[in-house]
Each structure stands twice: as structure tokens, then as C-alpha cells.
Design a protein around this ligand. Structure first.
Ligand code: HSE
Length: 297
């Protein structure tokens, strides 16, 4: 009894939608093999070189599976082999992909007895190990695919899953460490009403743009007036990267999740390739090592 899961990278926040909006990418993805065992508990092996913890109480997939097992009356366990295709700390939902993929695989081995909302709840327990906070904006698109709105976590998890128009994403991952837990500490505790109004106007515009495949509206609506200003000091080159990406034809973009990666949405593969190069050129000039990724949504 075993299953193989490919769990995708995701963009969260998408500019103005902090902790709410998310988008699944076609690649990269983590590969997770799960086997059901008669021995209770979770046993994790990493087949990649990342040296992530294998103690299930400290591993994002392990914690998510332990949360799921608490709701399973049978005495069973799981053996899990994880091959990270998504580099940890890259800001494209690496920990969420492992947590989400693990519980989706476990659910398949259990005859799909849990709903997607329940799986999100289990996966969030895992994600909290990495980020120190309960948020589902990477987990929801990893589990549902496409474009997702986390409408509420309380009193019940409420996810709106929407299709995304055809788009190509360019992501640059500068090799600097920005931990989600740290980049949440710099955020303001209170927001002036005027800024909040501009922000939710953009969120409404962005969702409308996705639903109507109106790329110009998406481009006008991505700006984040609240979170990015607080985080931009953690990401050298952000302003210049955006300027060059827009000049190369990008629809728009911003910090990917809590950073350090920067994402840009694009209409075509050719534009996305040019935008990827433009993003990379900024970090090459700054002398910061980087990786770029270009792929379809
Ligand atoms: N919404 C989260 C944040 C995503 O920006 O902190 C990162 O996990």
C-alpha cells in the first residue's frame, strides 16, 4: 500500500493579498512516497541533500501527518520518503509543499476519508513548525491547485478555489536567508485606515482580474501598501528588480511569500524568459548568487 505524490511550489500573498491569496505553479515540486504501516507513528527519510530534520515532531510533513493520525482511530503509521524539488527557504512554499503533499498522500491511503478543508488544517500544523504562524496561503493552492483565496480560518476553514488565466511566472531566488518567522516580526501591528482601503481595493481588483483574465487589471492591482514596505529592507535589489521586470514586459509582481524570492507574472513564455533574465541581472550586479525559475502557472 503506497502512493507517490508530486506537491507543487506555490506563490503566496501575490502582492496585496497577504496571508490570503495563493497560486500553484506547475513546477518545481516535491516528490513524496508514503507507505502505510502497522507500526503507529511516522518515520521520515529525506532522499535529498538538504539535511532537514527527520524527527517527525520537527519535520513539517511529520507534524502534519501526526495531526492527521490523531483523527484516525486505527493503529497505523506512515513511512515517508521525501525528495525536495523545491529548495527550502526559497519563498515559493517549500515547507507547505511537503506538509500538503504528505497529508494528501496519507488521505489517499485511507480511502480519502478527509475533506480538503480538513487536510488544510492538518498541513497548517506542519507549516507552523517552519513559520511560527497559522496561515494557509501556500497550503491551499498546493492542495486545490490554481488560484485560491483563504477567506477565513476561523471559525471554520473556508477556501475559495478559482481558475487562473494562462500565465507564465518568473521567479528569482537570491541566495540570502530570510526566515518567514523573522520577516513576520517586522510587520506593523496596526494599519492606517487609508492604507487599508487602498489595499483591499487592490485585492478586489486582483481577484476580478484573475476571474476575467484581464492582465492589465491584474497589473494595476498587485501593489502591496502594507507588507512589502515593511519587508523591502530584507531584500536588496527589490525596487530595481521590479523596474527591470516591468521594462521587460512583466504584468507585475512583488515579494514571493515572505521572501527572499521575487515573482513576476507574465503573459507569455518569451516574456517570462526575458523577465527572468532581467531579475537575475540585478543580483548579478549586486554580487549576490541567485537562481531563476521560469514556468507556467
Ligand atoms: N503569507 C505568508 C507571509 C507566506 O507572507 O508571511 C509565507 O509563508
Amino acid at each position: 500500500d503506497s502512493v507517490l505524490v508530486h506537491s507543487p511550489a506555490t506563490l503566496s500573498n501575490l502582492g496585496c493579498g497577504f496571508d490570503v491569496l495563493g497560486l500553484a505553479l506547475a513546477a518545481p515540486y516535491d516528490t513524496i512516497r508514503l507507505r502505510r504501516t502497522a507500526t503507529p507513528g511516522v518515520c521520515i527519510r529525506h532522499l535529498d541533500g538538504y539535511n532537514l530534520p527527520t524527527d517527525p515532531t520537527r519535520n513539517v510533513a511529520g507534524v502534519a501527518l501526526l495531526a492527521l493520525l490523531r483523527e484516525v482511530p486505527e493503529e497505523i503509521g506512515f513511512e515517508v520518503e521525501i525528495t525536495k524539488g523545491i529548495m527550502p527557504g526559497s519563498g515559493v512554499g517549500s515547507s507547505s509543499a511537503s506538509a500538503a503533499g504528505a497529508v494528501v498522500g496519507a488521505n489517499a491511503l485511507l480511502g480519502n476519508r478527509f475533506t480538503k478543508m480538513e487536510l488544510i488544517d492538518f498541513a497548517m500544523a506542519g507549516e507552523a513548525v517552519a513559520s511560527g504562524a497559522r496561515h494557509a496561503d501556500n497550503i491551499a493552492p498546493a492542495i486545490f491547485g490554481g488560484f485560491t483565496v483563504v477567506r477565513a480560518l476561523e471559525p471554520a476553514i473556508d477556501i475559495v478555489a478559482l481558475p487562473a488565466p494562462p500565465m507564465w511566472v518568473a521567479v528569482v531566488h537570491p541566495q540570502i536567508e530570510v526566515k518567514t518567522s523573522e520577516s513576520r516580526k517586522v510587520l506593523p501591528a496596526a494599519v492606517p485606515l487609508g492604507l487599508a482601503v487602498r489595499q483591499w481595493a487592490n485585492v478586489a481588483g486582483l481577484v476580478s482580474g484573475f476571474l476575467t483574465a484581464d492582465y492589465e487589471l491584474i497589473g494595476r492591482s498587485l501593489d502591496d501598501y502594507i507588507v512589502e514596505p515593511a519587508r523591502q529592507a530584507l531584500i536588496p535589489g527589490l525596487a530595481e528588480a521590479r523596474k527591470r521586470a516591468l521594462a521587460a514586459g512583466a504584468i507585475g509582481g512583488g515579494i514571493s511569500g515572505s521572501g527572499p524570492s521575487i515573482f513576476m507574472l507574465n503573459k507569455t513564455e518569451a516574456i517570462a524568459q526575458a523577465v527572468g533574465e532581467a531579475l537575475g541581472s540585478v543580483f548579478a550586479e549586486l554580487g549576490i548568487e541567485f537562481k531563476t525559475y521560469v514556468g507556467p502557472v
